[in-house]
Design a protein around this ligand. Sequence first.
Ligand code: HEM
Length: 498
Amino acid sequence: MDWVNIAPEGLLFILVLLLILKRQHVWNSHTRDNFPPGPRALPIIGNLHTVDLKRPYLTMLELAKTYGPVFSIQMGPKKMVVLSGYDTVKEALVNQADAFAGRPKIPILEKAGKGREKGVIFSYGENWKVMRRFTLTTLRDFGMGKKAIEDRVVEEYRCLADTIEAQKGKPLEMTLMLNAAVANVIVSILLGKRYDYEDPTFKRLLLLVNENARILGAPSISIYNMFPFLGFLLKDYKIFIQNVKEISAFIKVTFIEHLKALDRNDQRSFIDAFLVRQQEENGKANEYFSNENLIEVVRNLFAAGMETTSTTLRWGLLLMMKYPEIQKKVQEEIEQVIGSTPPRIEHRTQMPYTDAVVHEIQRFANILPLNLPHETTADVTLKGYFIPKGTYIIPLLASVLRDKSQWEKPDIFYPEHFLDSEGKFVKKEAFIPFSAGRRICAGETLARMELFLFFTSLLQRFTFRPPPGVSISDLDLSPTFGITIPPVTHEVCAVPRS
Ligand code: HEM
């Protein structure tokens, strides 16, 4: 290049460019300096070799001891920031709510949704806002948190109790039964009907949702999310995609049936409400109330509404077998306050011990230890660290639900965490199994109602004991893996109470 021949404008341009690059460099090194610390990452794999992929939250709890409440970890090419402890998670999700309300793109879900992440749970931006608002309003319109749904749970419990009683105290594995009962509550909102537990379509749907919940938490899918080009090698990946297709096809057939019978003056279900809204929006860009969003929202609510609550109930029954003296105290309180009539939400305030036990089950079971991933929607500073926009964030719920500064006996099942010295129920700030902030669980009110009603109803009618030949000390409280963390598969004997 002949430098002498460069025009003055050219020189000016180069000067400006150099200044920009210098600023960029300063900014980058500033970012690096203030970016949360973390273990040294290797090329390509990052810190993958040090992470327990079945239970990544355990690795993260350990790393927090070395690197503090805000630290970084690199999973393959992806840098993540982990938030640990009640103060830090609250400061991010509540005090800086908007900046931490994003969701990162998850390759397996992008693939299953053919590149467009619709629905509410894994959606982001304006699509998420519109779908979340519609979901919350419509769930409330169909009775979430109200008597209509309370009646539905009470009615559903009768079917569950009859199914359990038919076993006459013989050992039984309760996963599918509890899935079915809990699923029917959300299905009644979504579809406006309930299914018989033996209905083959219903059983198939439960199986698909269960299988995908397990696969989504499997190490192979973590690997896929880091290195999507490996997908063709992974069996789990193919099963997951196939299962999503099958669930979506079912939802599509269902909503087409609803469309045929649609009466805007008699909306019987969430699907009806969505279809009416779709027709109202027709003619507009119709971007949000699309068929794709309908399928995805229904799939989201079915999975989130079923998996989480039934997994928590399974933990509850296992814990009652492990601690029979606690089970007995709950049953005594049920006898005193409710007697033999069906439990109702209004009983809860008079039942501090039972309420404390239900809360402690959720705290101890810790079924979403990593929370769902968040993403920063803007550059932020947290605890003195700089976190750029678009960073993958893990608000580690396990670190909050077992935060030593918040809980007297964090690793022990101890209902007294929620009771004062007079036995009155006390709320705990660090009790956030439903997370906090803008992304807080959209089904919290429904889940809390279901947990209290199903749990008290089950203990009112049955005593849960380990099967013959299994001693209390044999009962294993270690978690397995999945997107929600279930207990190890176990059988229970539900002995009818006289
Ligand atoms: C024990 C039961 C449940 C637990 C522990 C639970 C927990 C959670 C958690 C931790 C999140 C992630 C929040 C975040 O990203 O910060 C979440 C999100 C969500 N949950 Fe639940 N959940 C439960 C039951 C339900 C039920 C019954 C429904 C449906 C009716 C539901 C619907 C949702 C939805 C739609 C989201 C996504 C919210 C968003 O991204 O805006 N959940 N839940």
